[in-house]
Design a protein around this ligand. Structure first.
Ligand code: 6GU
Length: 239
């Protein structure tokens, strides 16, 4: 059974395994920190080296077959995954990888419905391939990339994913309406926003926004969304 929060909502559990757990200290400062304190989000960050047993807390070794760089050893990962999947929650196990499926808002929406996520952050040239095979016995395994560029490790990618997923978990974002008008929620980029003053350094706010005509404003904003998407991200209009 998942723990219940004071609000009656079931908690979402997220575990992160990394050799640089302090990367994730920043998550506690964001809006996710509040959700965590109120019990909506049960987020734990673990040091992979806690599952090593040698004096040097070794997590990597040279690749079979030769080649550059080091590969993460399977044994610590096996013990970490065993412990985090204990209790039969069948977590969704996510390995950030530039060789994975590309993370989108749809991925975030899907993952926000999962009660238990485990993120395994690889470093060096990658994780021994058998870890991915083994993890399939414990839950659903997903390899997920942020996009077509290379980071040194999965930590920064996982922070981005947790922020995108976390804000879709009910109760994590204060005002649910603020979610629906964001870029990508409806497949289009967001419309431009303005606040006072109405004229700033000779730049004017579009007069329609001062008209009080809510129907015309909504139509104008939709036009702006379509126009911006056509110019900046025409690929989004193909779908
Ligand atoms: Cl998820 N990991 C790494 N190491 N590099 C990436 C990435 C992930 N997504 C884009 N580049």
């Amino acid at each position: 059974m998942r723990t219940s929060t004071p609000s009656g909502r079931s908690a979402h559990r997220i575990d992160v395994v990394s050799i640089f757990p302090s990367y994730f200290d920043g998550l506690a400062l964001s809006l996710l920190g509040k959700a965590r304190d109120s019990g909506i989000l049960d987020l734990s960050v673990h040091d992979l080296r806690d599952w090593t047993h040698d004096r040097h807390r070794t997590v990597d070794d040279t690749p079979y077959g030769g080649g550059a760089g080091m590969v993460m050893k399977p044994e610590p990962w096996g013990l970490a995954l065993d412990q985090l999947a204990a209790g039969g929650t069948r977590p969704t196990i996510i390995f950030p990888s530039p060789a994975g499926e590309v993370f989108t808002q749809a991925t975030a929406r899907d993952l926000a419905t999962r009660e238990h996520l485990v993120f395994g952050c690889g470093r060096y040239e990658g994780i021994d391939e058998r870890v991915f095979e083994y993890a399939r016995d414990l839950g659903e395994v997903r390899l997920i990339s942020l996009g077509d560029y290379v980071l040194n490790g999965g930590e920064v990618a996982v922070m981005a994913m947790i922020e995108a997923i976390g804000r879709l978990i009910p109760g994590v974002v204060g005002n649910p309406e603020s979610l629906v008008e964001e870029s990508h929620e409806d497949g289009l980029l967001e419309y431009p926003s303005y606040t006072k003053p109405a004229v700033w350094r000779e730049h004017e706010v579009p007069p329609i926004l001062l008209s009080g005509n809510h129907g015309a404003i909504a139509a104008w904003r939709r036009e702006q969304q379509l126009e911006r998407t056509r110019i900046r991200r025409p690929d989004l209009l193909d779908d």
